[in-house]
Design a protein around this ligand. Structure first.
Ligand SMILES: *Cc1c(COP(=O)(O)O)cnc(C)c1O
Ligand code: SF4
Length: 338
């Protein structure tokens, strides 16, 4: 302790402090929300397979005493996750077959996705990568070299997508190193970042991150991930504003989730709030059939009916595209009436 005060070290940024303070114990989360401890045994069992993680600021947007709060449902481990469902598997989107080198997913023309880290600020129970073998297949821990070599050797790729996990879980220093290496690859034109952190941990968008983004020559797109209007509070809007002022294109992707946002009024309100924060809706994903997530599934017929209602209520640019990921397909596949 004394030594620490004699040799002052740089204090960690606020977002890292908040991240470290995230709830990881289901008992603490239930207590904070005044919920019945009867939920605890199942939560512990489900969390053993995929741990609970949720930042306190996100929990503060939930309604106390409501076990069906739409934000809580996205993060609370439930007994339903342990029920086997036919067709729900560990790698539903064929990721492991589309990985030319560890940490690079190259499925679509012109775009390559870099699994920059396995870490996330929040653990979403429906996550299609909940069983992804990040240890073997992420590009972190010095293993970016192989991924960067692949990008250098593949001039077909003009857009690199940083994904994960959550690429903004990387420190500014690591992100700056990665972006500098990408900048130096002449055929890259666009940088896309897929991150949930501006929504679940808005403190992540700080001066350090903005400086990192200011330094890249690549045209930058940030795709955030919000599923319900309650996720977007004033703090999130304030975090997005400086990104927008920098000319970064801001888009949102959502997952259609039973009991969370399978309702046209909820999705319409989400689009309105996104727009107010400078973000356009991009994709509404049909759930990937990952093991443990079957209870979130919404049938295509219902999804299409919700889309019809949305289209009748909103300007076209506020209607997301309903898609699903089909292993081996050349793009995200539109969900259409059959
Ligand atoms: C979803 C995805 C993309 C991006 O697809 P867009 O339609 O351009 O948003 C790129 N690569 C992989 C591997 C993906 O899963
Ligand atoms: S933030 Fe994205 S990658 Fe991370 S757990 Fe949620 S859905 Fe999965």
């Amino acid at each position: 302790m004394i030594a620490a005060s004699l040799t002052p070290r740089e204090a960690p940024p606020r977002w890292q402090v908040e991240l470290a303070a995230a709830y990881t114990d289901p008992a603490e989360l239930l207590h904070a929300l005044d919920l019945d401890p009867a939920w605890l045994p199942a939560a512990r069992r489900a969390a053993a397979a995929f741990p609970l993680r949720v930042p306190r600021g996100f929990v503060a947007r939930m309604r106390k005493g409501d076990a069906h709060d739409p934000l809580l449902r996205q993060v609370l481990p439930l007994a339903e996750e342990l029920v086997a469902a036919p067709g729900y598997v560990a790698d539903p989107v064929g990721d492991l077959a589309a990985m030319p080198v560890p940490g690079v997913l190259h499925k679509y023309r012109g775009r390559a996705l870099l699994v920059a880290t396995g870490a996330c600020g929040v653990h979403c129970r429906y996550c299609f990568r909940r069983e992804f073998p990040y240890g073997a297949a992420s590009a972190g821990r010095g293993a970016w070299d192989a991924a960067l070599d692949y990008l250098r050797a593949t001039p077909e790729v003009s857009e690199v997508i940083l994904s994960g996990g959550d690429p903004l879980a990387l420190s500014d220093r690591r992100l700056a190193t990665l972006l500098a290496a990408l900048d130096a690859i002449p055929h890259l034109q666009r940088l896309r970042i897929h991150s949930r952190q501006p929504v679940v941990l808005p403190a992540r968008v700080d001066g350090g991150l903005l400086a990192v983004l200011d330094a890249t020559r690549l045209a930058t797109v940030l795709v955030v991930h919000a599923n319900h209007p309650h996720e977007l509070d004033a703090e999130v809007a304030a975090a997005l504003a400086p990104l927008r002022r920098r000319g970064i294109t801001l888009l949102n992707q959502s997952v259609l989730l039973a009991g969370v946002n399978d309702d046209a009024a909820v999705l319409a309100e989400l689009s309105e709030r996104l727009f107010a924060a400078g973000v356009l809706p991009y994709y509404l994903h049909q759930l990937d059939a990952v093991r443990g997530a079957a209870h979130f599934a919404v049938a295509d017929a219902r999804a299409l009916a919700i889309m019809d209602t949305l289209r009748a209520q909103l300007p076209g640019y506020l209607v997301p595209r309903l898609v699903r990921e089909v292993a081996g397909a050349p793009a995200k596949t539109p969900v259409v009436a059959r």
